[in-house]
Ligand binder design. Structure first.
Ligand SMILES: NC(=O)c1ccc[n+]([C@@H]2O[C@H](COP(=O)([O-])OP(=O)(O)OC[C@H]3O[C@@H](n4cnc5c(N)ncnc54)[C@H](O)[C@@H]3O)[C@@H](O)[C@H]2O)c1
Ligand SMILES: [Zn+2]
Length: 338
């Protein structure tokens, strides 16, 4: 089979290797598509070299079919369409209070252990979610990032009719916007990249560039001065941290989706003044995957528009170089059988 390997130093190789026999409790998946995530790009940039066991296959946003199973695996048949929830929580302790997805010893499959950017992938069977036979496997590769969005919106306790501001219209921000709109919220997206602004507008979203207009005033005008009920910080930059407390109205909830690797200044006075709430959100739980699978299966929302490119797995080096050169695309999928 073919596998790609991150070698460090912005380099991937494509190798031939033996198809591995699944161990006890494991399932072998014939990987259909594997999406490129922002985290994979961080890995490519060498920012996670201490964590990734180089040389290593990466990737975690995938879809595929069951190809074989090891001893003790039940409930699956060869050919079943599946996705993996790439969280290995086998190190969970009582102090984690049963929060499997954020347990202290959580291992993220595809970062801490081999990932999906290969033709066949062996994973523990407890990570699998089964899909309906008619599910489109390209769309199914979006289930992982969509589950992030579903989790974020669930933790925000968003209600129909509320006003949402999404700071950052990248893949995750757009998925948050789509899920929030589906619940019945009025969604405003703030984005600075003109191509992504157009994309968000094409998807039917009220979209503003904070570089061209006064976002706070804009949201005031849209809400009879009430400002946002919920703000999702999905940009990951200081200007978004500066504006999130301004654009949130009284008792507004701010969901921190972006990963800030360093401590950064935030206007805490506003938390006192407006009784704001800050909600942390990390990956997803089982129920978020189930909701996300349902949304993809129903296929009523514009998920397909987020897939801006599909490339053969063997082009992996080019794919990452292109993403680096051009930040306009949204989700690039790797066809893992090509
Ligand atoms: N919480 C989690 O478990 C989780 C999971 C996945 C991703 N993330 C994080 O979510 C964030 C978004 O992910 P992504 O893949 O969509 O990233 P991305 O970089 O593609 O998107 C961020 C967007 O923010 C825009 N932006 C930059 N400055 C801005 C500003 N001042 N105002 C408004 N928009 C601005 C950028 O143009 C870009 O389109 C990242 O920080 C990522 O690490 C978190
Ligand atoms: Zn991801």
């Amino acid at each position: 089979m073919r596998a790609t390997i991150y070698e460090g130093n912005k380099t991937f190789s494509v190798v031939n290797k033996e198809i591995a026999i699944p161990k006890e409790g494991e399932v072998r998946i014939k990987v259909a598509y594997s999406g490129v995530c922002g985290t994979d790009v961080h890995i490519y940039h060498g920012m996670m070299d201490k964590r990734v066991n180089i040389p290593e296959t990466i990737g975690h946003e995938m879809s595929g079919e069951v190809d074989a199973f090891g001893e003790g695996v039940t409930g699956y048949e060869i050919g079943d369409k599946v996705v993996v929830r790439p969280l290995d929580d086998r190190g969970i302790k009582p102090s984690d209070k049963e929060f499997n997805h954020i347990c202290e010893n959580l291992k993220f499959i595809g970062i801490d252990s081999p990932g999906s950017m290969q033709q066949y992938w062996n994973v523990p069977s407890f990570t699998l979610h089964k899909l309906k036979a008619e599910t489109d496997l390209k769309l199914a590769a979006l289930i992982e990032p969509l589950s992030v969005a579903v989790h974020d919106v669930r933790l925000s306790e968003l209600k129909p009719g509320e006003t949402v501001v999404v700071l950052g219209g990248g893949p995750i921000g757009l998925l948050v916007a789509i899920v929030a709109k589906d619940i019945g919220a009025n969604v405003i997206i703030s984005e600075v990249n003109p191509v992504r602004i157009n994309k968000a507008k094409e998807l039917g979203f009220d979209t503003v560039s904070p570089l061209d207009s006064d976002l706070v005033q804009y949201v005031k005008n849209k809400t009879e001065e009430r400002l946002a009920d919920v703000v999702f910080e999905v940009a990951g930059v200081q200007p978004a941290l500066d504006i999130m407390t301004e654009v949130a109205g009284i008792r507004g909830r701010i969901v921190m989706v972006a990963i800030h690797g360093e401590p950064k200044p935030v206007n805490l006075f506003k938390f006192f003044w407006k009784e704001l709430k800050l909600i942390g959100a990390r990956v997803y739980e089982k129920e978020d995957y189930e909701k996300s699978i349902q949304l993809i299966t129903n296929n009523q929302l514009p998920f397909e528009d987020l897939i801006t490119d599909v490339q053969p797995l063997t082009n992996i080096q080019q794919v990452f170089e292109n993403i680096d050169k051009n930040p306009d695309g949204l989700k690039v999928l790797m066809d893992c059988q090509q």
